[in-house]
Design a binder for this molecule. Structure first.
Ligand code: HEC
Length: 404
């Protein structure tokens, strides 16, 4: 019963998490797009009102004309909409999901004894240190370099080095799948922390000053605007890498690769580069930035390079290798699989505790244990390379010969 309810909890949280993440990233993309496409207004009335940029758009049958105020708007005589629940809900649901899977079921999902053999408590606490630690270091750096002329570039460089180091560390401490999620969650936590600790508090101070009717120091308020913008720009570059890390954790081609930390880092780099292409592309149309294509090319080159580099080597179809019988396969499966897929435990409703069940699932077994190498889970039962090869030869021999 408990497992059954856990499954539901997991499914519902995942659903919620994706919905609110779409709302968050969607509105974030929209505002970045808006900022890059604003043009100075022609209408003198708008200029007098203090509008610094405007844009025209058509959507869903109506025309929209958003305007951005360069400084303080004269007065806000209607509801002021805020954007923070999308971000908080994404973090809360994501953290809930992470706790349910990786902290609660740490021995199954967080720990891979072949990578690093430690207690669930130590592994869980360390995972949390990742989430918190990255934010603390990044936030200190961003503050320290805020007024530096090349501050943004330095923060960018430092974040790259730090993320590479953390990718390495996470993949040497946690199960591959967990390491990817932890890297995604680490950066995503910083994104929400940016909203929670910097962007929204700054906006509250500004709104309070503007609406209180009291005199305020324009320069002091401008600081909050600039800092909010800085953090929001950082968040933009984090989005694609985070989404990749979150999604790729289901892709065993990557998460079970011996050099997976490099793959993860390169793919996140490709994501940030492609995001830069889109950010710059909007502004480039208006002549506000350099040509964006190099960024897209770097991103695509990395992806294509990895697709080529990771192409599967086919199972050795050594003509001299002995044929593998069903009995031999059954012996391997009994030893390596049925502790999780037998009469007592049936992970993912899969049972292989009879020759018939094995034959019926031949393709599944081949796919999971030979092609994807995802099973046995974290290789908990210590399957050997030659056993994988044997499963592969058995399965391939069952296939009808390919006609020339
Ligand atoms: C330590 C436990 C464990 C062992 C041992 C194990 N598995 Fe699994 N297996 C799992 C879990 C957990 C899942 C569900 C994974 C998920 O939800 O992503 C699973 C899922 C599967 C699936 C379904 C995959 C899918 O997503 O459709 C297949 C097929 C499978 N295992 C085959 C095998 C084979 C073959 C072996 C032995 C070579 C094996 N398993 C050994 C835990 C194990």
């Amino acid at each position: 019963m408990e497992t059954y309810l856990l499954e539901w909890a997991q499914l519902l949280l995942r659903w919620l998490h994706v919905i609110v993440a779409i709302a968050w990233i969607g509105s974030s993309f929209y505002f970045v797009f808006l900022d890059s496409n604003l043009v100075p207004p022609q209408d003198p009335i708008l200029k007098d009102k203090g509008v610094g940029g405007e844009m025209w758009a058509v959507h869903g049958g109506g025309f929209y004309n958003p305007q951005k105020y360069a400084g303080a708007p004269g007065n806000i005589n209607s509801t002021l909409h805020w954007f923070y629940w999308e971000s908080y809900a994404t973090w809360l649901s994501g953290f809930g999901l992470f706790s349910l899977l990786y902290l609660w079921q740490a021995p199954t999902f967080l720990i891979d004894a072949n990578v690093f053999n430690w207690s669930p408590q130590a592994a869980g606490v360390t995972a949390l240190v990742f989430l918190l630690g990255f934010w603390l270091v990044y936030d200190r750096l961003s503050r320290a370099l805020f007024n530096h002329p090349q501050g943004q570039a330095w923060v960018g460089g430092a974040v790259l080095v730090l993320v590479a180091a953390l990718c390495w560390l996470a993949n040497h401490l946690f199960a591959g799948r967990a390491a990817f999620v932890i890297m995604g969650a680490t950066i995503a936590t910083t994104m929400t922390a940016n909203v929670f600790f910097c962007i929204i508090p700054g906006q509250r101070i500004v709104v309070k000053a503007l609406t209180s009717g009291e005199a305020y120091d324009e320069k002091a308020l401008a600081f909050y605007g600039l800092r909010g913008k800085q953090r929001s720009v950082h968040n933009t570059y984090f989005t694609l890498p985070v989404l990749f890390a979150m999604l790729a954790n289901h892709e065993s081609l990557l998460v079970s690769h011996p050099q997976r930390w490099v793959l993860l880092f390169l793919m996140m780099l490709a994501g940030a580069s492609i995001r830069q292409f889109f950010v710059q592309k909007h502004a480039w149309h208006l002549g506000k930035s350099a040509h964006p294509w190099p960024y897209a090319l770097v991103g695509v080159a990395i992806i294509v390079g990895l697709v080529v580099a990771l192409r599967p080597s086919s199972v050795a179809s050594d003509a001299n290798a002995p044929a593998v019988s069903l009995e031999q396969v059954q012996a391997i499966v009994n030893q390596r699989c049925i502790s999780c897929h037998g009469a007592q435990v049936q992970m993912k409703n899969m049972r292989f505790d009879s020759a018939d069940m094995i034959s019926a699932n031949a393709q599944n077994i081949y796919q999971q244990a030979v092609v994807l190498r995802q099973m046995p889970m974290n290789n908990a039962t210590g399957i050997t390379e030659s056993e994988r090869q044997a499963l592969g030869r058995w399965y391939l021999a069952l296939q009808p010969p390919v006609k020339p």
